[in-house]
Design a protein around this ligand. Structure first.
Ligand code: ARG
Length: 466
């Protein structure tokens, strides 16, 4: 590589000596933005083709440029490319190597372009690709949840509020709540793709260019819907990165909530599920233990992603238009959030698919804590015509009586119940059993197995098309 000169060869004309070591250290981004090599080369090839077609450079030079760039692509992928910190970033590393390979024609590539629109297009392409990856991973996770929901559409478990057993629900219904959440993430990522699908290339440094470029052509060639309409906005906008991070943070938050539930459910105290050996670890000292490390890491890694969102929001909040070097700080947050989210989604999909559900333990817990008290109250309203408040009061007395007798509500004798309200008949027992309780909740979106199955069918169709 030709980075032996003391002053930077890209803008060395004005600079007498090379940068101080500290300057080089704070300025260089090559250690992380090398990740953008494929997008950078793709962008440059599209730009050179457009320059040739508009007659700004010759076809012969364009051919040399494209050939050289493809050679560089191969070198990077083979691991033989020598990245140089002196050359600061991926853009200048590639361009310097191009000069080594093809000589003076390399200097024509940067016509009607700046690193400002170059980096904006590179990162956009990268984030857009990542969004498609996340969409696929989300579909995988949703598919796994739909499977489990189908198996357990009628498996009764306690539904919780305040982490206290509230009313019986089905495990299928609980899984479907996460299907709703992850489907919103999927629609968020699709919306984000829609908005980021515009090309900043050709905005040049900030003001556009006097060369007769065709921004529509480069936009099309790079798979964007259209070019961005304002050159200042093109180089200064990082909304696409922020939207990606915001989507990632919300999705990670959903993953973290599910991870938390998995951790609770897999404790010996709950015993609702058992994680497979592939997604848990043993303890080096306590042989009886099986720890939900993957779930804990999903919960823990959410902190990093949320941090990256706040980090980039903070970088951007003080940026006057247009570009400032602050914006170089956009990449590490995006890259780390992407890598982390991909891993979290894969681990969660694995855990959900592999876990064993202990339906008996769930059912037992669903019946404890007088979980069908609301069903009793509803029965009093429906059958005896009591106002709900009065029914609530009668039910409270029944619960107190059950506690006195140390039995669950459904185990109270009919005479006991009649001592509280003489109108109660044996029909009451049809709603006090947990299975009947869930079966009766047939309101739209309710936990009745029939309703849950309807939702599963609808989502399977939607996801197949998504
Ligand atoms: N490495 C820079 C970044 O990531 C590229 C753009 C540099 N532009 C500039 N005017 N210094 O932001």
């Amino acid at each position: 590589m030709s980075d032996k000169k003391t002053s930077n060869q890209m803008w060395g004309g004005r600079f007498a000596s090379g940068p101080a070591a500290i300057m080089e250290a704070i300025n260089a981004s090559i250690s992380f933005d090398r990740k953008l090599y494929a997008q950078d080369i793709r962008g440059s090839i599209a730009h050179s083709e457009m320059l040739a077609q508009t007659g700004i450079i010759s076809a012969a030079d364009q051919e040399k440029i494209a050939h050289g760039l493809n050679t560089i692509l191969k070198e990077i992928e083979a691991g033989t490319f020598e990245f140089s910190t002196r050359l600061e970033d991926i853009h200048m590393n590639v361009e310097a190597r191009l000069a080594d390979l093809i000589g003076s024609a390399a200097g024509r590539l940067h016509t009607a372009r700046s690193r400002n629109d170059q980096v904006a297009v590179d990162l956009r392409l990268w984030v857009k690709d990542e969004c498609f990856r996340v969409a696929e991973a989300l579909k995988g996770l949703i598919g796994a949840l739909l499977e489990r929901a189908g198996e357990h559409a009628a498996t009764v478990m306690p539904g919780f509020t305040h982490m206290q057993a509230a009313q019986p629900v089905t495990f299928g219904h609980h899984c479907m709540a996460y299907v709703e959440m992850f489907s919103r993430d999927l629609s968020r990522v699709r919306d984000a793709i829609e908005r980021m699908d515009e090309s900043p290339l050709g905005a040049a440094a900030l003001a556009g260019t006097s060369f007769p470029i065709d921004r529509h052509q480069t936009a099309r060639a790079l798979g964007f819907r259209e070019p961005m309409r304002n050159s200042l906005d093109s180089v200064s906008d990082r909304d696409f990165a922020l939207e990606f991070l915001a989507m990632a943070a919300i999705c990670a938050t959903h993953l973290s909530r599910l991870a938390e539930e998995i951790i609770i459910w897999s404790t010996p105290q709950f015993g609702f599920i058992r994680l497979s050996d592939s997604f848990s670890t043993g303890s080096s000292i306590m042989p009886q233990k099986k720890n939900p490390d993957a779930a804990e890491l999903v919960r823990g890694k959410t902190g990093r992603i949320n941090g990256h969102l706040v980090g980039l929001l903070t970088v951007m909040k003080g940026m006057p238009l247009t570009y400032g070097k602050d914006m170089q700080e956009d990449k590490e947050s995006v890259f780390d959030a992407a890598e982390t989210l991909d891993l979290m989604l894969a681990a969660m999909t694995g855990m959900v698919s592999d876990m064993t559900v202990n339906a008996a333990a769930m059912k037992k817990a669903a019946g404890s804590g007088h979980a069908t008290a609301t069903d009793l109250a509803d029965w009093l309203v429906r059958t005896l015509g009591l106002p709900f408040r009065e029914a609530h009061h009668v039910t409270g007395r029944a619960v107190a009586l059950a506690e006195d007798k140390k039995v669950s509500l459904e185990k109270l004798a009919l005479e006991d119940l009649q001592s509280i309200n003489p109108g109660i008949t044996s029909d009451i027992f049809s709603v006090l059993a947990v299975q009947n309780s869930v079966k009766s909740r047939t309101s739209f979106g309710g936990t009745a197995p029939s309703e849950v199955r309807k939702q599963i069918r609808a989502w399977k169709k939607r996801i197949a098309k998504a």
